[in-house]
Design a protein around this ligand. Structure first.
Ligand code: ZN
Ligand code: ZN
Ligand code: ZN
Ligand code: ZN
Length: 242
């Protein structure tokens, strides 16, 4: 959902439904109003989130339910008989709705790439190149330690400034060939491995996450995002909340 109009209609409809059901239950008295508020808190929130999970607006369903039930309670109190216990109904609805949202959010995190709904047990990885939280199953590439999209689009990570390369790998080589792609010093910017001194072009250094294709040594002072994946290739974090 998406357009504001649809969202507004959903919100209005749920508010009317909540008020009328609560009003009907409230006529019975606190014995109907309190359990009713709890059930409505859970039920309406489930219904709401089924159609529309408001990203970053998780406080909206509890607030709307609280206001709706408060309205019903006020009308009941003024029109029928006063009952102190019934004033707790809005609070019960807010708590029930808040708890429902919390439970659903935990189990409904989505992968940033394929939008697959993730369960609480699913592993996610934060891609060092695009910073997206992606699922282990289809979107994380273990071999290259980045998300599939960054792999496909060859997203660059290492700094482009020559000063950085000078600091971590010494001066650019004027002869030789890249040990990976065989580009020569005129075609590519070759840098020597700090450990084995073999030439590797900047593109191949980047593609290999800053590691030498021959000896496996990593360049010093790699970007912080890479620290978490270089070497281990293991999960950087497990997350439930997108
Ligand atoms: Zn995914
Ligand atoms: Zn990525
Ligand atoms: Zn190369
Ligand atoms: Zn090396």
């Amino acid at each position: 959902m998406k357009p504001t109009f649809e969202r507004g209609a959903l919100l209005g409809g749920l508010l009317v439904l909540t008020c009328s059901v609560q009003f009907g239950l409230g006529i019975v008295g606190a014995a109907g109003a309190l359990p009713g508020a709890l059930l409505l808190g859970v039920g309406i929130t489930l219904l709401w989130l089924h159609f529309d999970l408001p990203a970053g607006h998780t406080w909206v369903p509890p607030l709307v339910l609280g206001v709706g039930i408060l309205l019903s309670t006020a009308v009941l109190e003024l029109a029928f008989r006063p009952s102190f216990a019934e004033w707790f109904a809005p609070l019960a609805a807010v708590l029930a709705s808040g708890a429902t949202v919390a439970v659903l959010l935990r189990s409904r995190t989505r992968c940033n790439l394929c939008s697959r709904r993730l369960g609480p047990a699913d592993l996610t990885f934060r891609c060092p190149r695009c910073a997206q939280q992606v699922c282990e199953e289809t979107c994380w590439n273990f071999e290259h330690r980045r998300c599939e999209l960054c792999l496909e689009q060859r997203v660059h990570l290492l700094p482009l400034e020559s000063s950085w390369w000078l600091r971590v790998a010494g001066p650019r080589l004027t002869q030789g060939k890249c040990q990976v792609c065989h580009a020569d010093a005129e075609q590519a910017e070759l840098q020597a491995c700090p450990k084995c001194r073999r030439a590797q072009c900047r593109g191949c250094w980047d593609y290999s996450n800053g590691e030498c294709a021959r000896c496996g040594a990593a360049l010093p002072d790699l970007p912080v995002a890479l620290h978490t994946v270089v070497g281990s290739g293991l999960p950087v974090e497990k997350s439930f909340q997108g």
